[in-house]
Design a protein around this ligand. Structure first.
Ligand SMILES: Cc1cc2nc3c(=O)[nH]c(=O)nc-3n(C[C@H](O)[C@H](O)[C@H](O)COP(=O)(O)OP(=O)(O)OC[C@H]3O[C@@H](n4cnc5c(N)ncnc54)[C@H](O)[C@@H]3O)c2cc1C
Length: 396
């Protein structure tokens, strides 16, 4: 039985702790807040639910949303109806549920702020209230603001997104996503059981916080969302580049990074909860087998190829144009016209369609304009697209 200390009791740390305690290890989870309303949309895709059915099959309060309103920067609108709902939690509830599972599995969960870590020693150490403690292995699950990266490097400015938002005491039935002109990011409104999480995310290297605040204010005013009595939040979100995913060290001889600390977030959508929980599970399993060095390969096989793909296309998606209009505007227009495209986007949105197998699905199913459009966003071979017979209803 090994002694394992996990710094951070968010979704990644709690899931990792649960796996390890179940495998018989002595696990301590240390979190400065424990159960708290971490700034987040709280949305879980069907991919997450399929992998972890307990996220849906439980009695904890959550909202199931089947409809997404997409609004272009020029105010074109389209609705996506999704066969599989996005499951939206308040983070207090989600973190509480995952920590309860970790405790039930046998983890010792304590409210403490870890001030420093050391991994060069034979046994890794961590410091709480001026006292150093030893463990056999240290898991760093302290999120995107975490500076505790012993033998790796902190994320740079262009590998992070800035987010701002409000928890608004109001409800809705659909998710809203709004794109903005020349803006790498988007505004969202995620309805929860008894409030909305409304926010904006944008590349830290390209946009200022004043710019974000201005866009968000315009949005809430236009959509009659009252921010009176609403709680304001701001936070950072990893937005991995290809180099982040290929170069950054995530495991050493006696330590590993999981979740946001490892930058496992989809840079296109900002989805991080699934990758946090999954990376916690994979590290937990590799440690339980006594082979933490297998963790990066398991992550690669499970999801990091997808994140690399998203990192390659993110700039073209938010900044690119197609036939004289922004890619995001064309996307909303095509959604209105083509049922085949709508189906495809619903699947991408709910996570049942991954990026890497998109190309295979596309050929032969969409008309020439739509195939060209998707090829341009995904940077695929366009000549292949023009060879496609006009089988779909592209609405061009
Ligand atoms: C505004 C916003 C909206 C988002 N919306 C979504 C969404 O709708 N869907 C989605 O899938 N993802 C979303 N994400 C991403 C998602 O929130 C993260 O990917 C996810 O929380 C990562 O989980 P984690 O366990 O790695 O880190 P976190 O959830 O950040 O947990 C880290 C934990 O470590 C603790 N901690 C930090 N430092 C210390 C320390 N020194 N000592 C002790 N404890 C410490 C913190 O208290 C915290 O509890 C959003 C992110 C943001 C910022």
């Amino acid at each position: 039985m090994a002694e394992i200390a996990i710094v951070g009791g968010g979704p990644s740390g709690a899931m990792c702790g649960e796996q390890l305690a179940r495998a018989g290890h002595k696990v301590s989870i240390l979190d400065e807040h424990l159960v708290w309303e971490k700034p987040c949309g709280g949305g879980l895709t069907h991919k997450a639910i399929e992998c972890f059915p307990f996220l849906l099959d439980n009695s904890y309060p959550k909202k199931l949303v089947h409809s997404v309103e997409l609004i272009s920067s020029e105010e074109h609108q389209a609705t996506l109806d999704m066969p599989h709902p996005i499951v939206i939690y308040s983070r207090t509830v989600l973190n509480g549920m995952l920590l309860d599972r970790a405790k039930t599995a046998g983890c010792n969960v304590q409210q403490s702020r870890v001030m420093g870590v050391e991994t060069a020693t034979t046994k890794p150490r961590y410091c709480v209230e001026g006292e150093w403690h030893e463990a056999d292995f240290l898991v760093l699950a302290a999120g995107a603001r975490n500076q505790l990266v012993p033998e790796s490097r902190p994320l740079e400015r262009d590998e992070l997104e800035m987010t701002q938002g409000y928890f608004v005491p109001q409800t809705a039935d659909a998710i809203t996503i709004k794109f903005l002109p020349h803006f790498e990011g988007y505004i969202w409104s995620f309805p929860r059981c008894d409030h909305l999480s409304v926010g904006i995310c944008g590349s830290m290297a390209s946009h200022t916080s004043t710019e974000l605040r201005g866009h968000l204010q315009t949005f809430v005013n236009k959509h009659d969302i009252s921010t009176e009595g609403a709680k304001f939040y701001s936070h950072v979100l990893p937005s991995p580049k290809e180099r982040t995913l290929s170069d950054r060290v995530v495991v050493g001889k006696n330590w590993a990074l999981i979740g946001d600390a490892a930058a496992w977030v989809d840079p296109l959508t900002g989805e991080g909860l699934f990758y946090a929980i999954r990376s916690g599970e994979l590290l937990g399993r590799s440690l339980a087998e006594g082979q933490p060095e297998k963790y990066p390969a398991w992550v690669k096989a499970s999801f990091s190829t997808e994140l690399e793909f998203a990192a390659r296309i993110v700039r073209r998606f938010y900044r690119g144009s197609f036939l004289g209009s922004a890619v995001t505007t064309r996307m909303v227009q095509f959604l209105r016209r083509s049922p085949v495209f709508r189906q495809l986007m619903s699947d991408l949105f709910s996570g049942t369609q991954d990026y890497s197998s998109l190309k295979r699905r596309l050929w032969g199913h969409l008309g020439i304009t739509l195939s060209e459009f998707i090829s341009s966003v995904l940077n695929l071979d366009r000549s292949a697209a023009t060879r496609v017979p006009r089988a779909g209803t592209a609405g061009d």
